[in-house]
Design a protein around this ligand. Structure first.
Ligand SMILES: Nc1ncnc2c1ncn2[C@@H]1O[C@H](COP(=O)(O)OP(=O)(O)OP(=O)(O)O)[C@@H](O)[C@H]1O
Length: 754
């Protein structure tokens, strides 16, 4: 192997030399392009400053400025392309590839050797020295064991014989590790990757994508791809590599702007923000569900998923809980749609169009316009026809106002300069100029009304929804109205409200988005998913979740989740992929946490070893000093240490209790960056994240009764290398039920166990 390694290093040296030459050329081109653009911009700046008075001059200058602007835009585009090439080449010059396959394709005279890396690279004769990991042929690297293999190409299925598979770890142009493997992607490289300590940002996994993850990444057939995977099985990782794959696969008709990822919180958005750039792709848009709703209900404070969760934990009102549960179903949304479609005109909650305290178009007039539309038309058509008529009516009102005194008054207040800019290109006829001016003045003052019509402000959707709720249950309507008075909106009301608005007005759909991803989909209600399907009608959905980590609902089998989605959301081609192997945690941690779940034996640990998790039992008097000792000892080994509590209040309280002895940072839902040092955070904010060491705080029976099994599982599964559970006083039975061989139990104080 040593000799082989020398030969491979020699090739790496040759390839890197070629990459560096190209890098030099591209850097020069980039510098030139930047200089050219600065020159155009300087020139453009001077032209834009020319003071124009005569109309002819102004028009000429405008045309010139436009031309310059176009030139700058074109230069910027070239610069972007060059900049991207330079970045890719820089990366390749340090780490050109990670895989090699030797294959003999059916019908070809002899075998060939291909190297696979983050991006393709060809020499001047167009020989591919590196293949992009997303190229069709590269799938052999991820899917094939030695022997006969097949792979998809645009022209159909191809067969080949895989003769050799080799993995590399190359850094700064030097081969650090090299393995031959017969497996799909061998464990040795994966071992090395997973043993590393956690970092601030999630890393890409292109060198070690596993076969079942590859099925997620390369799927282009289905409009619903449902991924149900155990904690740490690489759902998020696979989803992000999938984005990169789709961008490569449909370079011509899919742009990063046409994709959106619904993520659990801002911390998570930041945590994953480096993955796509590290693969040479632009980031896709990320939004949390609360942000998405927030944009659609301006002026209202939307309850976040976490607040809703904390409310459930802190106070729980059985009657309201029941109502909220119904609001979360797809059946409820369907009821909203039926209501909106069949709403008689006299029940529509129109509001007058007012301007500066004066009603310009009354509620009665609006209703009459609506009633005048054919009753046989669907509600949305009647509504859009009403909108058209309202605009026409406004224009008539403008005409009727043109010669009114208030307009004459306003005209007299205008400066010569204002008049000139308002009437440019109208010729010299004073009569024409005056009429145009008057019309502009009225139109400008009526502008807010046009906007109100455009934005559907002439219908009070909140009142309408409250009436709908009252038809179901008067208490539900009261609760909703009460929230509204304080400018608040419960999360459970957002999707039905929007569906009501959209069904009445025919608005709210975004046809631009082609791919939509939802991470932690188990936290979405069927009502929300149904609304998102409606709001993004052209999108393919990739939904990633783990129902065992459902903090807000109960666990369901993957097949049941798929069945319900198909039934509720009407996808044509749905596919379920299940991931059972956990990569995040050491084998010892996985063996312990899977014991917490009734069906946990399906979870396969990855063979990376560490210490068994430790269950620490302390007393009410000594817990603080015991906890501090544990933290001190973890600090000697790890940099990323998290203490996970159940609620934000508990996190704050703990911080206050430790303050005198230890500096910690409590994470809140509006934090977007993980700070250094010891972190305290509530479990829902830890979703999707991982830490070298985790201490789950206060695992007592009162905090973690049987019903909070998922919460405890989610908290524990954030740990990569070290997991400790601290119980104060009465320990949780949930742990007592776990096979005692999977953890170490330590009595820190003279605590009497039940
Ligand atoms: N094929 C792989 N090669 C290398 N690392 C991997 C691979 N798959 C997953 N990992 C690593 O395992 C860890 C967990 O991955 P990820 O966060 O994507 O899992 P997840 O299923 O989304 O987890 P959770 O549901 O618990 O949030 C990450 O550190 C990721 O880099």
């Amino acid at each position: 192997m040593e000799n082989e390694k020398k030969i491979e290093q020699h090739r790496v040296d040759q390839v890197v030399a070629k990459i560096k030459t190209k890098l030099m050329n591209k850097t020069t081109e980039l510098n030139q392009a930047q200089m050219e653009r600065s020159a155009v911009e300087r020139n453009y700046g001077q032209n834009a400053k020319i003071n124009t008075f005569e109309i002819d001059d102004q028009m000429e200058t405008n045309a010139e400025v436009q031309q310059q602007k176009q030139l700058v835009a074109k230069n910027l585009q070239t610069e972007d392309i060059l900049d991207h090439q330079v970045k890719t080449l820089k990366f390749l010059s340090s780490s050109p590839y990670f895989g090699r396959i030797d294959i003999h394709e059916t019908g070809e005279p002899g075998p060939e050797t291909l190297y696979i890396g983050n991006a393709s690279f060809a020499d001047e004769q167009n020989n591919f020295l590196i293949y992009d990991w997303r190229a069709p042929i590269s799938s052999i690297y991820y899917n094939g064991t030695l022997g006969q293999v097949t792979y998809q190409t645009p022209g159909g299925k191809q067969t080949a014989k895989l003769l050799k598979k080799r993995q590399f770890r190359i850094k700064q142009g030097q081969i650090k590790q090299m393995f031959d493997t017969n497996e799909t992607v061998g464990d040795q490289l994966l071992q090395a990757m997973l043993s590393e300590h956690s970092s601030e940002y999630m890393q890409n996994i292109v060198a070690t994508i596993q076969q079942e993850q590859n099925a997620i990444i390369r799927d282009t057939q289905h409009d619903l791809l449902l991924v149900q995977g155990v904690a740490g099985s690489g759902k998020t990782s696979a989803a992000l590599q999938r984005v990169a794959f789709l961008l490569y696969h449909s370079r011509e008709n899919l742009k990063a702007e046409q994709m959106v990822l619904f993520s659990p919180n801002r911390l998570f958005s930041n945590y994953i923000s480096e993955v796509l750039p590290s693969l040479g792709e632009n980031n896709l848009r990320q939004v949390t569900l609360a942000e998405f709703f927030g944009k659609r209900f301006e002026g209202l404070k939307i309850e976040s998923l976490f607040t809703s969760f904390e409310h459930q934990l802190v106070k729980s009102d059985p009657t309201l809980d029941k109502l909220n549960t119904f609001k979360q179903t797809a059946a409820f949304i369907r009821q909203v749609i039926t209501y909106a479609k069949n709403l008689p005109a006299d029940l529509l909650q129109f509001v007058p169009l007012d301007l500066a305290g004066r009603t310009i178009i009354s509620q009665r007039q609006i209703r009459q316009l609506y009633q005048a539309t054919p009753t046989g038309w669907p509600a949305t058509l009647r509504y859009s026809e009403t909108k058209k008529k309202l605009r026409r009516l406004l224009r008539q009102k403008i005409q009727a106002n043109v010669n009114k005194d208030w307009v004459t008054d306003k005209m007299q207040d205008l400066s010569d300069e204002q008049i000139r800019s308002m009437t440019a290109q109208l010729g010299d006829d004073p009569l024409i100029i005056e009429q145009a001016l008057r019309r502009q003045i009225v139109t400008q003052s009526y502008q807010p009304l046009f906007e109100a019509i455009y934005n559907d402000y002439f219908i009070d959707i909140y009142k309408q929804y409250s009436l709908f709720l009252a038809e179901q249950d008067i208490m539900a309507a009261d609760a909703f109205n009460q929230q509204l008075e304080f400018h608040r909106l419960a999360l459970a009301d957002c999707a039905p409200l929007l569906m009501l608005r959209d069904t009445l007005t025919g608005s709210g759909q975004n046809h631009q988005i082609k791919q939509l991803f939802i991470d932690e989909m188990q936290d979405y209600t069927p009502a929300q998913l149904l609304y998102l399907k409606h709001a993004f009608p052209s999108a393919h959905f990739t939904l990633l979740g783990d129902s065992e980590q459902a903090l807000y609902t109960t666990a369901k089998s993957a097949k049941k989740v798929l069945h319900e989605l198909k039934k509720d959301l009407h996808f044509k081609k749905a596919q379920l992929v299940e991931l059972n192997k956990s990569y995040r945690s050491s084998q010892e941690i996985t063996l312990f946490i899977r014991e917490m779940l009734p069906a946990g034996q399906n979870i396969q640990p990855f063979s990376r070893h560490g210490e068994r998790p430790e269950w620490l039992i302390t007393s009410h008097d000594n817990w603080k000093s015991d906890l501090l000792k544990q933290i001190q000892s973890l600090k000697t080994e790890f940099t990323s240490i998290a203490i996970i509590t159940q609620t934000a209040q508990a996190a704050e309280k703990l911080q206050a209790q430790l303050r005198a002895q230890l500096k910690t940072t409590v994470l809140k839902s509006d934090n977007y960056k993980l700070p250094d040092g010891i972190i305290i955070l509530p479990v829902y904010l830890a979703k999707g994240l991982e830490f070298d060491a985790v201490i789950v705080f206060n695992v007592s029976e009162s905090e973690y009764p049987e019903s909070r099994r998922s919460i405890l599982y989610t908290a524990c599964s954030r740990a990569m290398h070290s997991l400790k559970l601290l119980s104060i006083d009465t320990p949780a039975k949930l742990i007592e039920q776990v096979n005692s061989a999977t953890f170490k139990k330590t009595l820190l104080s003279n605590q009497v166990l039940k």
